[in-house]
Design a protein around this ligand. Sequence first.
Ligand code: PHE
Length: 335
Amino acid sequence: MTLAELENEKAASLKAVAEASDASAIEALRVKYVGRNGSIPALIKAMKDVPKEERPAFGKAVQAWRAEVEAALASKGVGGGEKPVDADLTLPGRWRNLGVQHPLSRVIEETASIFGRLGFTVADGPELENKFNNFTALNTPAHHPSMDRSDTFWFGDDCLLRTQTSPVQIRTMMANKPPVRVICPGRTYRRDTTDATHSANFHQIEGLYVDTKPVSLADLKSVLAYFAKEMMGSGVTVRFRPHFFPFTEPSVEVDFSCHVCKGKGCNVCKQSGWIEVAGAGMVDPRVFGHVGYDPAKVSGYAFGFGVERIAMIKYGIPDIRWLYENDIRFLEQLG
Ligand code: PHE
């Protein structure tokens, strides 16, 4: 091929690319000119047969041709090894499987939404707490077993991984005047050996309502009954059993009626018809004293749920460890 012939070919190729309108025609031109066996690579291969003195000029012309054709193709959406853009924009897109929310996040978000409807906002506190917020202000006596080094992760004498979300009660009251109405979800830590129902790190959702109007145990029960129905199903009821917590008086343990057997007795509720889900009670006046509230002027209730517990009974998860192991066979069932 002479230089003049090359210029003719080049002009023809550029014209053809400019005029091509559909994807397959453009692809055919790409193959014809710059494809592996196209005319431009063939010319480069044949360069050795060009007389030595013409070679530089010829080489330059071939390179220029290639650059211009590639630019023309690129302007039509070809290049970088990609296929030409398909003109049919109505074709469905490529689908990707969406992940699902973790059961613990689901329970926390659903709880926040249920209590949100009752006027509760979400409060937050750190996982690394001091002794005052986690124990002292919660009226926990110095000899209480939960303060023991074998039960709590301590870092020195005044720093610990919170054993409960109850210190957020203290932080909330110290930072706000009554009325307060909050829930506080978060991680908590205890020196437990991990088994099917225990984990050294687990989650709780605290609730606190304090008002200058009288607040009663009946208010607490009605709010928890509403929560039980919204979370577990319309047939679920609550019962209170007397208990002791240093920071509530009176204190109760809260059971939901078993949502599986409707209270008749089954494996899930260990034949009792009831499932323990929370601790609760009326805020002890001494706690109000610690946060600067006047115990004569305010009253309130508090409660604390185990998030894992709710998730396990709600979704029928028999082993707490499944919630943390990231086993795809388990996670895939949650959709
Ligand atoms: N903090 C208690 C626990 O971890 C639960 C609780 C919270 C009890 C609020 C009463 C009021 O067991």
